[in-house]
Each structure stands twice: as C-alpha cells, then as structure tokens.
Unconditional design. Structure first.
Lengths: 163, 347
C-alpha cells in the first residue's frame, strides 16, 4: 500500500466520527522505484491531505516532507526538488506488512502483502432493518422499491410468525 | 432500439404471497438457518427490528462472493482477459466475433458507459475515481490511464486484489491505481472524495440495494458522477408487487451459483437515486447490446482449453458455467435486463 492510497482510506465503523487519517503500524516497508511524473503530481496535489501524508511518511521512516503544505508557486515552479520528495513519499514507499489503526477506536486493519483488508466485522456495521408486519403473516403493502428490496432479503430469514 | 422482447408466454394472476412462502435466494446460501436464539427482536406493535438475522446472512453472502471470485478469477482471466464484464455490441450483429472482437467490445462497454453518463468532456476535472467491485482491475486501469486520474478499486476477494495490483505494476500503473479488500456496503473512505464513482457489474452482488446506493452517493464529491452498470430484473408494471413465480424461480437458480442476493429493477435504482436528491438521473436498457456475450462465453467454455481449465478450476467454476444458459434464457424471456443508471451529485 502506498501513501497515495493511505491518504484516501478511513475507518467507517458505525459511530466513528474521526476515522481519518488511519495511523500506520509499519512492520515491513519496501521502496519501489516509480517513474517520476511531475504533471501527475501537480494534477493530484490539491486533493492531498497534507498533514496526514507527512505523519504517514514519518511512520514509514521518511521525514523529508515539510510540516506545512507548500503553496502553489512551489508546485508550479520549474525547480522539482519538492516534487521529487513528494513523489518519493507518495508513490515509492510501500507498506508490505503492518496495520492501519483507527485513530478513534484503535481497531487495526491488517495489511498483508501490501493489501489492506478494510472489511468490517459484524458488530461494527450499521445493520438495522425495520419492517412493519400486519397480523396473520400478511406482509404489509410495500410502499416503495426500497421496502420491497429489503423485505425480500431479510423477511424470509426470519420465518416470523407475527402474533 | 427495436421492439422489446416478447412477454412471457404465461401470465398467471396470483394470490398475494405469504411471508413464509416467498423464496429468497440469500436463504439458499446459508448452510444453516439462523436459530431464533440469534435473532434480536424489539417487539412493538406490528413492527420488528431485525439485526442478527440479517447480518449473518450478509456475512455468508460476502464470504461466498469472495470464495467464488478467489476460485474463478484466474480462469476468467486466462480465457477472457482482465475485463470481467459484458461486451457492448451493435444490436442484431450476427457476425461471430473473434476473441479480440469480444475484448474490444468490453472496452467499448467502458467507453459507452462514460459517454452515456456525460463524462467524456470532463477529463481535467476527474482526479479521483473509485471502482466499486473492481474485479482484477480492468476498468480501473483503463479509466486511470484515460483520465490521468488516481483510481482506487475495492473487492471482497483477496485473490483479485493481489492480481489487480500485480497487473497494475506490470503495466507501470502502480502510481495511479491501487486495490484493496473492502465491502461496497461499508466503503473505507471519507465522504465526497471521488469525482467519478464506478460500479460495473457489481450491483447485482449487493444484498441491500438501498445501502449500496447510499454508500455510492456518500463517497461522491459534489459535482461528481455515479455510473452503475448492472444486471436487473424487468421493471414491474403498475400494480405488480413482484415477479411471476416462474421468473423468480429462474433468477433463484442463477443466484445460487453466482452468489447473488435478490434482484431489483432499473426503476428501483432510479427511485433510490431520486430519493437521495441526485440530479440528471438517466437510465437505459442495454440488453440488446449485450446479447452476443453469453453465447460467446459458452462457446469459449466448450473449447478444449475451456473445458480443461474449468475442470482444473473447481466446482464453483463448473457450476457457474452450467448456469450460463440460464442467463441467456433470462434475457430471451425478458426477465433479465442489462441496465445502466447514471447521475450527478449536486454541487
């Protein structure tokens, strides 16, 4: 997982308000060379959450990025020193093994062979469906397609006998 | 487009279904039914809140989907390449296409979908894309290259994520695309970060269509576009509450082997998007444009290479292959529709 990806991932366990950015526990970091493409970096720069990137890079052992996000003149200038640092941090550092940690709950999302597993467990997911059932096993008139679709999936699993 | 396919030959008017007799495909996937002990019910007059029962069936489905694609992705890629979706063909094209013709059709599907959504003029604005249900990343790599954008793909299958990343590296696209294991119903992203939200033939796997659409909308940036291309059942007519039993039965048999939960219609998606205040909502029925696809897939399965690969691949692949004629039957009888639904999030 590279930091360009990390910069977009967040924890969305139900109830979590501040799931971004995920902290990094780095067990194995490797560097893979990638062709330098300044235009791509300039195109993407506006979308990067800077503080999150600096912190993440530090967790991966790279502390060359400035604390504060540079302004547009630095990005657009012909001097590519800054862009090369950005390139290295964003695209060439790979978290191969480790974990991404939710800043609010401490929940760890494992990273194996460079792939984060962001699947939530059953109890972390919002999963409540309310169905109105009339008496005598008759399903209620379905008012909207949403009701019908949910009902088809969930209603049957209940095999409910409504008193 | 020419006239639609003929309606089903027998239309029986049926009494209202009772709850206990409705067949749900998601039930078929469970190895055991949830016991009443697992169910949490809040009794209030006439209303029931379902928690555990719904979650355990959703978990089983998720695992089933992951295992299915872990097993079958390699086989598909070997024969069809890295796009795991239908090709787009001119209607009534009777010319039998070569393999490369079909691959071109799969690329055309991506281009036609982008065009339908009105995306093509906006290259510069697209910086971040999410591919929901990304397979081995064919669409992601194509779109990232086309727009010079960053694309992130999510799939339930670790095997697919790994393969997708490897292919990206081989094509020198690692800096633009990445893939992770995540659930489309609980996407690991902040709100509003994607300029383009892409779901190419993954919607049919989502057990909760409302939640699926809500998540797609949540992660779309203001002004961003959503493109959903998916298998649907036909729209229901005025007053129709559900499909005919024979139609439902056909779909159930397909659901079992392809790990699909209940189907919905294109109109259902449109209504969900309307309820979430999306604008410029468009939809179309592309069933005639994909008609050559399943016969072509069956032909490749019946080649020597296809048969050997199937046998090597395992039971899930074999069962999947045996189910393909049902897809053709579904399309022919007007039960299954290939739908595209696109929209834009207001600024």
């Amino acid at each position: 997982m590279r930091l360009i990806t990390h910069n977009m991932l967040s924890c969305n366990i139900k109830g979590v308000k501040n799931g971004f950015p995920l902290k990094i526990e780095a067990e194995k970091v490797i560097e893979k060379e990638v062709d330098f493409n300044p235009d791509f970096l300039r195109h993407m720069f506006a979308k990067i959450e800077w503080k999150a990137l600096v912190e993440a890079a530090r967790s991966m052992g790279y502390a060359e990025l400035p604390e504060d996000s540079p302004d547009a003149t630095v990005i657009e200038s012909a001097d590519e020193t800054f862009l090369r640092k950005l390139h290295h941090a964003l695209l060439e550092l790979h978290l191969e093994e480790g974990a991404l940690v939710c800043p609010e709950t401490g929940r760890k999302f494992p990273v194996n062979k460079g792939i984060p597993n962001m699947l939530l467990h059953e109890d972390e997911v919002k999963q409540t469906v309310c169905i109105d059932l009339r008496k005598g096993n008759e399903p209620t008139r379905i008012r909207s397609p949403k009701d019908r679709v949910l009902m088809q999936d969930v209603c049957i699993d209940l095999s409910l006998q409504v008193p | 487009m020419k006239a639609t396919l003929a309606p089903p030959s027998s239309l029986i008017s049926l009494p209202r279904h009772k709850v206990s007799s409705l067949r749900s495909p998601s039930l078929l996937l469970q190895s055991q039914r949830p016991s009443s002990a697992l169910m949490t019910t809040t009794a209030s007059r006439g209303s029931v809140a379902v928690t555990a029962a719904a979650t355990s069936s959703a978990e089983a489905l998720r695992e089933g989907i992951a295992e299915f694609y872990n097993e079958t992705s390699g086989l598909w890629e070997e024969i069809w390449g890295d796009h795991m979706h239908h090709g787009f063909y001119d209607p009534d094209s009777s010319v039998q296409l070569s393999d490369s013709g079909h691959r071109e059709a799969q690329i055309r599907m991506i281009e036609e979908s982008l065009r339908f959504a009105g995306v093509t003029e906006e290259e510069k604005k697209i910086k971040r894309v999410v591919d929901v249900g990304c397979g081995i990343g064919g669409s992601s790599r194509y779109i990232a290259s086309k727009f010079g954008a960053e694309c992130i793909g999510i799939t339930l299958s670790p095997v697919q994520a790994k393969r997708a990343n490897d292919l990206a590296a081989a094509q020198s696209l690692s800096h633009k695309v990445s893939f992770q294991v995540a659930d489309a119903l609980d996407q690991p992203f902040e709100d509003g970060i994607f300029d383009l939200v892409w779901s190419m033939e993954s919607g049919e796997h989502m057990p909760d269509k409302a939640k699926f659409v809500k998540e797609l909308v949540r992660v779309t940036a203001p002004g961003g576009r959503i493109i959903i291309v998916t298998w649907c059942h036909r729209n229901l007519s005025q007053g129709e509450e559900s499909l005919q039993p024979w139609e439902q039965n056909l779909l159930d048999r397909i659901c079992k082997t392809f790990y699909l939960p209940a189907w919905c219609s294109t109109s259902d998606y449109v209504e969900l998007l309307q309820s979430l205040s999306l604008q410029d909502i468009k939809c179309a029925d592309w069933s005639e444009n994909v008609a050559p696809f399943w016969p072509a897939v069956i032909r490749t399965a019946l080649t020597w290479k296809g048969l050997v690969s199937l046998l090597r691949s395992g039971m899930k692949s074999i069962k999947g292959a045996l189910t393909m004629p049902l897809m053709i039957e579904g399309y022919k009888k007007g039960v299954i529709k290939f739908g595209i639904i696109t929209c834009q999030k207001p600024l």
